[in-house]
Design a protein. Structure first.
Length: 215
C-alpha cells in the first residue's frame, strides 16, 4: 500500500483549452528563434491560469481546501475569457517576466479569485497583498541578464505580433498538485470545483496527471 506524503506542493488554477496552449507554443517557438540564452521558457503544456499558489500544504488538509474551493465556485456562474496580447513585467524596456494577457469577463474572474482567497484565509493562507493581475507566464529573464540584454529582448517583444484571440470557457477550477522531478514537473488534479451549481456530490474524475519536460 502506497503511503501518502505528509505535504504536497499545490495551487488552484483554471485549465486552458488545447488550442490556446497550441497558440502559446507557436508564440514561444517564434520568440525562441531569436536565440536569447538568458531567457528561461515555460513549458506551454503545463501553463495554467493560476488563481492562488498554496505552496506546501499538509496532505490531510486537501479535502477541506477542496470543499472551500467548491463552496466559492458554486455562487459564480460560468464565464468567458480570452487569451490575447503580449507584454512583460515590470515593463517592456527592462522585462523580467514575459506574459500573455487575459481579457473578457475579468470581473467574474476577479470575483472568483477574491472568493477563493477569502475562503482559504481561515486555513492559514494569507490573502494576496498585491492586486490580482490575470496573465499567463511565458518566460522569465535570468537574474544574470544585463540591462542591455533585457532592453534588446524587450524590443523583440514589441516587434512580435500576437493578435490571435483564444476563447477560454471557464466552467470549473482545479486544485492541482505539482511534483518537481529531475525529468520535469508532474501535475495532478486533486479536485474539480464546477461553477454555478447547487450542492451535489462531485463526480468528476480525479487523480489524472501528466509529466512535463522541464525547461
Amino acid at each position: 500500500m502506497t503511503r501518502e506524503p505528509e505535504q504536497i506542493r499545490s495551487f488552484i488554477a483554471i485549465e486552458l483549452p488545447r488550442n490556446a496552449k497550441g497558440g502559446l507554443s507557436r508564440l514561444r517557438s517564434e520568440l525562441e528563434r531569436r536565440e536569447h540564452p538568458f531567457v528561461k521558457w515555460v513549458n506551454t503544456e503545463g501553463i495554467h491560469l493560476t488563481l492562488k499558489f498554496l505552496g506546501n500544504i499538509p496532505f490531510k488538509q486537501v479535502d477541506e481546501i477542496a470543499e472551500a474551493m467548491k463552496e466559492t465556485s458554486r455562487v459564480i456562474s460560468p464565464f468567458h475569457l480570452e487569451v490575447s496580447g503580449l507584454g512583460a513585467f515590470p515593463n517592456l524596456k527592462q522585462p523580467r517576466v514575459v506574459w500573455v494577457g487575459i481579457k473578457g469577463e475579468t470581473d467574474k474572474l476577479l470575483n472568483l479569485q477574491q472568493g477563493i482567497d477569502s475562503a482559504l484565509a481561515p486555513f492559514g493562507f494569507a490573502k494576496e497583498a498585491r492586486p490580482f493581475v490575470p496573465h499567463l507566464t511565458l518566460a522569465r529573464i535570468r537574474e544574470g541578464a544585463t540591462a542591455a540584454e533585457r532592453r534588446n529582448f524587450g524590443e523583440v517583444l514589441v516587434s512580435t505580433r500576437f493578435e490571435t484571440s483564444y476563447t477560454v470557457n471557464v466552467e470549473a477550477v482545479n486544485l492541482m498538485r505539482s511534483q518537481l522531478t529531475p525529468g520535469g514537473a508532474i501535475y495532478t488534479c486533486l479536485s474539480v470545483a464546477k461553477l454555478g451549481i447547487s450542492k451535489k456530490p462531485d463526480k468528476s474524475p480525479k487523480n489524472y496527471g501528466m509529466k512535463l519536460n522541464s525547461t
